[in-house]
Design a protein. Structure first.
Length: 376
């Protein structure tokens, strides 16, 4: 198939989760024999993707709030490339791929990464009400109706009328890049860890809902444990932790993350759902760092909620703690740090489970959906 993949507000190559997602999906579909054309923002290097073509576009004003204005360029690409299907990465003010495809009768797949519906106390919903005709909701629903099908980690974030054409698909990890063999003793030594030290890793952008505050409080409770070192990747800058045993790594280039992840003994994803109102709709994230920890053979500590508890199984690939409870998180970390045999078993289970949540598995699901759309 010839696939046009519209992700206009992303960059390639890029360091964000969105950029990684677009690259890996394009690469894996191309590896499966499809001709993939990814449309991204006109920034970054001009080199082509790995096995797929990259088309860089711009619009004015350049802010992604005006991404919909890229529609004429997408229409021109459709006219020139004659794709069998169009995929689009959803954004509130996007839709240029879906609507351009609809206009010429090309089947389309909307990739939903964030809520299409409004949550309670949504500021966008309040603004929509003030505008009386609810133009933002009407536009979003227009996109959903125009799409031939949708994919999403959960169905709760798409309008009820579209759930029958929504496929549940999780995101994934590059299980070749993220691998236990990437473990680096020299990197661990720079963190102050010896062979007998348990390194506990957090990676992410340190937004309030990522739960870093809960992890830091747990780390303070474990200050007396000389065998545990905490390493926090992401955040403002590299520095020694002032109030717990460990380091802040600051921003880490994504190319280094396979080695950073594999060099840990435990990974923690301590989400705080109370800090992001849209999570009242359901836990709609499909977190790359959890899949990447599994691929790296690193046991994961996170929340025992769907869909996280369907990815990480309690006692098999990791353990759960009570949300927003630093003492319970410290208890779980401490117990796992004290039981290397249990960690080793979890590590083996994690690596064996990882292919279920690989980008290759994701691409196989997407391919099946696209073939169905083409045949309809």
């Amino acid at each position: 198939m010839r696939v046009l993949y519209v992700a206009s507000d992303q960059t390639l190559p890029g360091e964000t989760g969105g950029s990684v997602h677009v690259h890996e999906v394009s690469r894996e579909l191309a590896k499966r024999g499809h001709e993939v054309h990814a449309v991204v923002q006109d920034r970054g290097e001009t080199s082509p993707g790995e096995g797929y073509s990259v088309h860089r576009i711009r619009w004015t004003p350049s802010h992604r709030l005006f991404r919909f204005r890229a529609r004429p360029q997408i229409a021109a690409l459709i006219d020139r490339l004659r794709p069998d299907v169009v995929m689009e990465r959803y954004y509130n003010f996007g839709g240029e791929g879906i609507l351009a495809a609809e206009a010429v009768g090309v089947p389309s797949l909307l990739e939903v990464n964030s809520p299409v519906v409004d949550h309670e106390e949504s500021l966008k919903a309040l603004l929509d009400v003030l505008l009386i005709v609810r133009p933002m909701r009407a536009y979003r629903e227009r996109l959903v109706r125009a799409a031939s099908a949708l994919i999403s980690p959960i169905k709760d974030i798409v309008p009820e009328f579209a759930r029958t054409k929504t496929h549940i698909v999780t995101w994934g990890a590059n299980v070749e890049a993220f691998h236990p063999s990437r473990r680096s003793e020299s990197r661990r030594a720079r963190w102050g860890a010896s062979s007998g030290t348990t390194v506990v890793l957090f990676s992410g952008s340190h937004r309030p809902w990522h739960g870093v505050a809960t992890l830091v409080r747990a780390a303070r409770l474990l200050q007396g444990r000389a065998d545990i070192v905490f390493v926090l990747a992401g955040g403002a800058k590299e520095r020694a932790a002032p109030d717990f045993r460990g380091r802040h790594l600051g921003r880490v280039p994504y190319r280094d993350m396979p080695e950073v992840t594999a060099s840990a003994d435990i990974s923690v994803a301590p989400y705080d759902r109370s800090r992001l109102r849209s999570l009242k709709l359901g836990f709609f994230w499909s977190p790359l760092k959890i899949f990447e920890a599994l691929a790296s053979g690193v046991p994961m500590i996170t929340l025992g909620i769907p869909p996280l508890n369907q990815i990480v199984r309690e006692g098999q690939e990791g353990a759960f703690f009570k949300e927003n409870d630093p003492a319970d998180l410290a208890r779980v970390i401490g117990a796992l740090a004290s039981d290397p045999d249990r960690r080793l078993a979890m590590s083996k289970n994690a690596r064996e489970r990882a292919p279920l949540f690989s980008w290759a598995a994701h691409a196989a699901q997407v391919e099946s959906i696209l073939r169905g759309l083409r045949a309809a």
